[in-house]
Design a protein around this ligand. Structure first.
Ligand SMILES: Nc1ncnc2c1ncn2[C@@H]1O[C@H](COP(=O)(O)OP(=O)(O)O)[C@@H](O)[C@H]1O
Ligand SMILES: O=P(O)(O)OC[C@H](O)CO
Length: 495
């Protein structure tokens, strides 16, 4: 009898394996960090082999911790950092270059050229995306250009491209399955999100051979089985979704108009728009949320590059606090921000600004500024960036939002959640289980193998824990000054 589902959560800085039981509860977790490579300013790479070995370790570790065997696992679900690009040799199973991470900006210049050549509209219309180094296509192009002989090998069908989900699937199945799901495919800038196929015109534009692309399947689907040698028995792999889409599913935002925000390293706001792919007029992304039982759900997304990382930066780079949690008590030590604003444009600004040339900016400092004011400004920065995306989402969708479901590390911060409610006027809802990213992939895999019968059974698992409602505080000045501060942070880097 198979009692559990395992989710593989392959994140940007660490990988986890999480064991879920039939009640949708987390039974056990194993987590391990892996190395980040920064070979040049703006470049971020991972070792593909380390991604695989780290993930394999966590799966074996979680089984051992709980004293269960592979036979007890009904299915594996995969959720992953998106856009990160890997290319490997089909015969040897070895990557031909390191994984180029979603944060990597090396192809920003090439992307500017694409914009200047007038390709933005076509790309947005087909893929729902805005031209940016963030997505996979320009990264694949870079590998094919820079690794000797790569283009020819790719044309001959010798090379495979995949995002992290595809890479892990390939490794788990010992090279038997080369596939991805629609949500990950929709982040490559090569996938037509309307007819659900790799787009020939875009492949021509980026000069990427079709032969290297994975098969695209539903998010809840049987992909294959793990090779027996890895965990002692074959386990079905039955669900895949990009981490932000998976969190939307885990939060049970399954109806049009429902929105979640994940406060991790970045903040990722995603709104379910149902069967409608809404083209944003305000620089949000249109993306595929998932495909389940043949039905595709679309979403609008606002990706904010620096969220919880602002707190991490205060902790690790300038030793302002000892722990991330300490930021809350420090921020509570003052009444307000004392006029201080902190725009975290460390890697440029994402949605809705998309300014590759902004930097971090702290403004409004006076002789009276105290530590607490800076802590408060940092938390307000998370909330105000998210507010900008929410305002934009309401405009694009025409939907009057009422509620925002939250998860991710920084959602544990009650003060931040209260500020979020005050600046958006929304009811902020934090669920009992904040492991929604992993839970989403577990649900997708569990549905495919009948571990859970249907959506109603899953819906009953999600439960709210805490609500934060607007306090009625006047936030107009805060919003006004934030807008002024953001404008000053923009276009700072001169190339
Ligand atoms: N209590 C807190 N208040 C504010 N930020 C926090 C708090 N706890 C964690 N964080 C921030 O949240 C991030 C970790 O969240 P997590 O969801 O684990 O991120 P990720 O999955 O992106 O690695 C870190 O950047 C950390 O600084
Ligand atoms: O690994 P995370 O949680 O920082 O998420 C990364 C996103 O998928 C990037 O688009």
């Amino acid at each position: 009898m198979s009692d559990y589902i395992i989710t593989i959560d392959a994140g940007t800085t660490s990988e986890r394996a999480i064991l879920f039981d039939k009640r949708g509860q987390v039974v056990s977790t194993s987590q391990r960090e892996f190395q980040q490579f920064y070979p040049k300013p703006g470049w971020v790479e991972h070792s593909p082999l380390e991604i695989w070995e780290t993930q394999k370790f966590t799966i074996n570790d979680v089984l051992e911790k709980q004293g269960v065997s592979a036979q007890d696992i009904a299915a594996i679900g995969i959720t992953n950092q998106r856009e990160t690009t890997l290319v490997w040799d089909r015969k040897t199973g070895k990557s031909i270059y390191k994984a180029i991470v979603w944060q990597d900006r090396r192809t920003a210049g090439y992307c500017e050229e694409l914009k200047a050549a007038g390709h933005a509209e076509l790309i947005q219309q087909k893929t729902g995306l805005l031209i940016d180094a963030y997505f996979s296509a320009s990264k694949i192009r870079w590998i094919l250009d820079q690794v000797e002989g790569a283009l020819e090998r790719a044309e001959n069908g010798e090379l495979a491209f995949g995002t992290v989900d595809s890479w892990l699937l390939w490794k788990l199945t010992n090279g038997k399955v080369h596939a991805t799901d629609v949500s990950n495919a929709s982040r490559t800038m090569l996938f037509n999100i309307h007819n659900l196929t790799w787009d020939d015109e875009l492949l021509d534009l980026f000069d990427i051979p079709k032969a290297m692309l994975p098969e695209v399947k539903q998010s809840s689907d049987l992909y294959g089985h793990t090779a027996k040698e890895h965990f002692g028995a074959e386990i079905p792999i039955a669900g895949i979704a990009g981490d932000q889409q998976s969190a939307l599913f885990g939060q049970m935002c399954t109806e049009p108009g429902m929105v979640k925000n994940t406060y991790g390293t970045g903040c990722f706001l995603v709104m379910n728009t149902g069967k409608k792919a809404i083209t944003s007029k305000h620089k949000l992304l249109t993306t595929i949320a998932w495909q389940v039982n043949g039905e595709v759900s679309y979403a609008l997304e606002g990706s904010i590059f620096i969220g919880g990382a602002i707190v991490q930066w205060l902790r690790d780079n300038v030793h302002f606090v000892e722990s991330s949690a300490e930021i809350e008590s420090l921020a509570r030590s003052v009444e307000d921000n004392g006029g201080v604003y902190f725009v975290p444009g460390f890697v440029g600004l994402g949605a809705p600004h998309w300014d590759q040339y902004s930097t971090g900016l702290m403004i409004g400092l006076t002789r009276g500024t105290q530590k607490g004011h800076i802590a408060r400004a940092a938390l307000e920065a998370l909330a105000l960036q998210s507010m900008e995306v929410i305002t934009t989402m309401a405009l694009d969708s025409g939907i009057d939002l009422k509620e925002l479901r939250v998860d991710g590390g920084a959602s544990a911060n009650d003060l931040l959640m209260q500020i979020q409610s005050d600046v958006t006027g929304l009811d902020i809802v934090r669920p009992e289980i904040v492991e929604t990213t992993a839970q989403g992939a577990a649900f997708l895999a569990g549905l495919a193998v009948g571990f859970w019968e249907n959506m109603d059974e899953i819906r009953a698992i999600w439960k709210a824990d805490k609500h934060f409602s607007p306090s009625g505080k006047d936030v107009e000045k805060l919003k006004h000054n934030w807008t002024r501060a953001v404008e000053r942070a923009k276009a700072w880097v001169e190339e």
